[in-house]
Design a protein. Structure first.
Length: 334
């Protein structure tokens, strides 16, 4: 009996390219395994980690949301260097509502996400016509300006910030809310970008002039994409504020702008899963190297260079390509 090698996904795609008609439990498992892995992992991880690494996982989820937020803008033709603007605006909105008005975190967090996203969108509206490095420079400058304004005017606690904020009832609740938000953003925005709406956003990234010639108002779509990305980043900031019960000038630090970009580059830009994977690699790596002191930055930098040079497409795209190249032996029909 003769046999030949066949790619596992070949039969599925031949039968129905995008619909994926399946005829066995093996094919169903093959298609669902990559989707089930993050869901199961997010449920199990908090249960098996110690207290310290649970806090690290909180930071991982925060930076994953910021990386996804950056990826939304990048796929819409807007390269941002200012995720700290979204993060800090959400953090301050939530902290102010809780500290000055005594509102519960369960109310301040969603309000801060929407209001913070709206404020960031309004701040960046005048520069939406800028492209490339010019838009990126403005997004980098605004959070630095806000930081200096708070320092000079001493509003909202000035350099000391606002402390003693209300925390969520338990660390478990904080973890699962953040992980659920990451999953919702991961699968929701992936679905969004494969719809007709997402195709318009990608078209703006590829050739905005052609999209304009088709009679589409690209600036209206950019405003919507900017608001969506701002809401995600502001939600991350609002959650972090109540996790640490503090909000101050550090929320506008460059770390919240640079690390999400690094996560997206290492994981694979253009795929929200890549941005999430990058955050799950870089943040724990940073903590694991903390014992090295000043040398941590050197090793961290070498790691980034190796991945950017060795895998310019990103880890996720590389793994996904290899996954779809799995083969099996099948009988040759006579």
């Amino acid at each position: 009996m003769k046999k030949r090698r066949e790619r596992i996904d070949r039969g599925i795609k031949v039968r129905a390219e995008d619909i994926f008609a399946v005829c066995s439990w093996r094919e169903m498992l093959y298609l669902s395994a990559p989707r089930l892995l993050p869901i199961v992992g997010f449920i199990v991880l908090p249960l098996i980690l110690g207290v310290y690494w649970q806090r690290v996982l909180l930071s991982v989820a925060i930076f994953a949301l910021l990386a996804i937020s950056w990826d939304i803008l990048a796929q819409s033709g807007m390269v941002s260097l200012g995720q700290a603007l979204f993060f800090g605006m959400g953090a301050y909105c939530s902290g102010i509502l809780n500290h000055y008005f005594g509102i519960s975190p369960f109310v301040t967090i969603p309000i801060a996400a929407v209001v913070g996203g709206a404020i960031c969108t309004v701040l960046l509206l005048p520069v939406l016509r800028l492209r490339g490095v010019y838009f990126a420079m403005v997004t980098l400058i605004i959070p630095l300006m806000l930081e200096r304004v708070i320092e000079a005017t001493k509003i909202f606690g000035g350099t000391e910030g606002i402390s003693g904020l209300t925390s969520l009832p338990s660390t478990w609740l904080e973890l699962y809310i953040l992980l659920a938000a990451v999953l919702a953003a991961l699968f929701g925005f992936r679905r969004l970008m494969t719809s007709d709406y997402g195709l318009v956003l990608k078209g703006i990234q590829d050739n905005d002039r052609s999209v304009m010639n088709a009679g589409i108002n690209i600036y209206w779509f950019k405003i919507q994409a900017l608001f969506i990305a701002s809401v995600v980043g502001s939600f991350a900031g609002a959650m972090m504020t109540h996790v640490y019960r503090f909000v101050g000038m550090p929320v506008f630090a460059l770390d919240y702008s640079i690390l999400p970009i690094a996560a997206a580059m290492v994981g694979g830009p253009g795929s929200f899963a890549g941005a999430t994977l990058g955050a799950f690699i870089l943040v724990p790596l940073s903590e694991a190297l903390r014992a090295l002191g000043g040398l941590r930055i050197v090793f961290y930098g070498v790691f980034l260079v190796i991945f950017v040079v060795g895998l310019p497409e990103g880890i996720f795209h590389f793994v996904a390509r290899k996954y779809h190249q799995f083969e099996r032996w099948v009988e040759v029909e006579k």
